[in-house]
Design a protein around this ligand. Sequence first.
Ligand code: LMR
Length: 329
Amino acid sequence: RAALLAAAAALAGSETKSARAQGGPVVIKFSHVVAPDTPKGNGAQRFKELAEERTKGRVKVDVYPNSQLYKDKEEMEALQLGSVQMLAPSLAKFGPLGVKEYEVFDLPFIFKDQAAFRAVTEGPVGADLFHKLEAKGIRGMAYWDNGFHIMSANRPLHHVADFRGLKMRIQSSKVLDAQMRALGAIPQVMAFSELYQGLQSGVVDGTEGVPSNFWTQKIYEVQKHMTLSYHGHLAYAVIVNKKFWDGLPEDIRTILDGCVKDATTYANALAATENAMALEKIRASGKTTVYTPTADEINEWKKALMPVHQEMVSRVGQPTIDAVYKAAG
Ligand code: LMR
């Protein structure tokens, strides 16, 4: 399998070169799983516009939203094989690649606010984690923030006991698995593209997610109750096939680095407002109740969930957890 990946990666590099030799533009396929009108969807679109404009057509970016091309797990493999060049998966989806340290970002209540998250990703922890991707044939370019998770089900979720026996959809993260178990729920990994159907058909009873995704995937149509717990954080890593990247001319790489930087500022600025707007639209739909937990209820959740940090030391590693605590303050 490693040999196959290496061969495909070499091919990805040589394809780039031959396209250039023939005078055509370099094509970057950027695949993602969410709707176009989300912070990530808009960030990808902004990157496309900037890249095409600033390279004066030497680079063409084709954005494929909504899991059109690949679902969660497949898109990681497609990137390594060079079938697509760019992705922005959530940090909860890097465990299956073998880089378990990324799951530190899924620890419940680890960031008190967005600034704490940024302090971590913009400092040495963010850089170290990108470094770990290189052995997988991937180059990390930027972190995009998408705010905090809320919980949903067809029953009110106020107390920890309300989760007992519920099948909860999670992303492919062992920390999220432990989190749901700590609440007494039964976690089930499911691709994002299957979530609506999974909830509608009752394969799963509930989920966690951010309002922009709950709105654009119409989750409010199939979940009667949402709780604004903000217990976990959702963020993405913008990543590129390393061999492809290394095969690009230096001036193009410099321009594209600048485009990612500017698209990052744009996407990060959008996250808070788009999620707030989505929540308003969900409330206005009248199809679901949106519950704000009391301070006592949040303390109850914290009491059940904080032991997950200790439990996950063997998975994520104490040095990574300590470095995140320190940077997040
Ligand atoms: C999820 O699978 O719930 C999210 O990672 C989807 C996304 O990319 O926002």
